[in-house]
Design a binder for this molecule. Structure first.
Ligand SMILES: *Cc1c(COP(=O)(O)O)cnc(C)c1O
Length: 387
């Protein structure tokens, strides 16, 4: 009965995400297919230069995912067994699993109640003699206070890693991801604002670290296939224990035309976010994360907080009425493996509250004003019905 009522609404579903790739990206990929090198080569090197220029950082090393970017950055910065790495409980699991893969121990600290971002005061309170690094996540695209974290890292001799998977376009007090951290890690996963399906990159300031990362992203080999092809044959060596985490020319070609379109797309997401804001602010019991003054948010995700224990009921009403949603995120220490394997040192009430209340709404530049209005209407109704 109920299913039959729902069917017509689902027919014009508002997808949670739709990418914006088109002719420019198809042409660029086609160009690579007409050449000899499908794997890492000139397209990758060009994208690395262009992305470094876009970010205003000295160098970028591309990799196969943001997870690999985080893992290789930790290894490259000398983090390993016996070391502790402080990170947030309100993030995608990879921010913490990369620490485990590096052989180190993640120490989870709570987030700020207003923003959902890691709290610098709690980071400083969690430092022990074993602490080696901080992994800070620019949640939803709102940059954390990197200046405060840089100051803490410098005073305690720690490495600072920015998980900028949500934040290609963001700015805070005039600085951007990668400009103050030792590294910033990016994701080109299918739903990220700059995408090639799967991929990642590391913004690096130290040239020696960049060289180390280029070696360990490809087996620890001293030369890659393109280097070996150009010029007379010379033996390659294995100079480090590396991984297989390089990006291909096909992926890089897809990424290059997107750089010049990032800002216009961010502006459209900003416009949509402002429309959602008015709806959320007009409904009594809803709230949303704060964007602090001085921040230009990347607007990767739009999340709204449903109070009480009604989140899952609202989620299923939205889904049944054709609105695509996601949950970013349930607090990571509540997931089974993390619960069974991580020792928690601190209470994490803000992360738990956000994890229990949050819903992400559709947010991408292709979303029409009409679709935004539909999301608004269905959300209002769902909140009303679950009250
Ligand atoms: C998407 C995401 C990652 C992982 O990115 P992949 O490219 O899929 O490995 C890491 N951290 C955050 C915060 C993310 O949103």
């Amino acid at each position: 009965m109920i299913e039959r009522e729902i069917a017509p609404a689902v027919a014009d579903k508002v997808e949670f995400y739709r990418h914006s790739l088109g002719e420019a990206e198809k042409t660029a990929m086609g160009r690579v297919l007409d050449t000899l090198f499908l794997t890492t080569g000139d397209e990758v090197y060009s994208f690395e230069r262009e992305f470094a220029e876009y970010l205003g950082v000295p160098d970028v090393v591309t990799v196969s995912s943001c997870t690999a970017a985080l893992h290789l950055s930790l290894v490259g910065l000398g983090v390993g067994p016996g070391d502790e790495v402080i990170t947030t409980a309100m993030t995608f699991i990879a921010s913490a699993t990369a620490v485990v893969h590096a052989g180190a121990t993640p120490v989870l600290v709570d987030v700020e109640a207003e923003t959902g971002n890691i709290d610098p005061a709690r980071v400083e309170a969690a430092i022990t003699p074993a602490t080696k690094a901080i992994v800070a996540v620019h949640l939803y695209g709102t940059m954390v206070d990197v200046r405060a974290l840089r100051d803490i890292a410098d005073r305690h001799g720690l490495a600072l890693i920015e998980d900028a998977a949500h934040c290609v376009e963001g700015v805070r007090d005039g600085y951007r991801p990668g400009q103050l951290g030792d590294v910033a890690c990016f994701s080109f996963y299918a739903t990220k604002t700059l995408t090639c399906g799967e991929g990642g990159a590391i913004a690096v300031r130290d040239p020696q670290l960049a060289e180390r990362l280029r070696t360990i992203r490809l087996h620890g080999m001293s030369k890659n296939a393109a280097d070996r092809y150009h010029g007379r044959y010379e033996h390659w060596d294995m100079v480090a224990l590396g991984w297989k985490a390089n990006l291909t020319n096909i992926q890089a070609a897809m990424l290059r035309p997107q750089l010049s379109k990032l800002e216009a797309r961010r502006q459209r997401r900003d416009e949509i976010s402002c429309m959602y804001d008015s709806t959320v602010d007009a409904i009594d019991d809803l709230s949303r994360p704060l964007v602090p003054g001085g921040v230009v948010p990347a607007r990767h995700l739009y999340t709204v907080w449903i109070p009480g224990d009604r989140r899952d009921a609202v989620l299923s009403l939205l889904g049944a009425r054709g609105i695509g949603t996601a949950v970013n995120y349930r607090a990571i220490h509540e997931l089974t493996w993390m619960r069974e394997n991580l020792d928690l040192r601190f209470p994490l009430p803000n992360a738990e509250r956000i994890g229990a209340q949050t819903i992400s709404l559709p947010l991408y530049d292709k979303l029409t004003d009409g679709e935004v209005a539909r999301v608004d209407a269905v959300l209002r109704q769902a909140v009303e019905e679950t009250r």
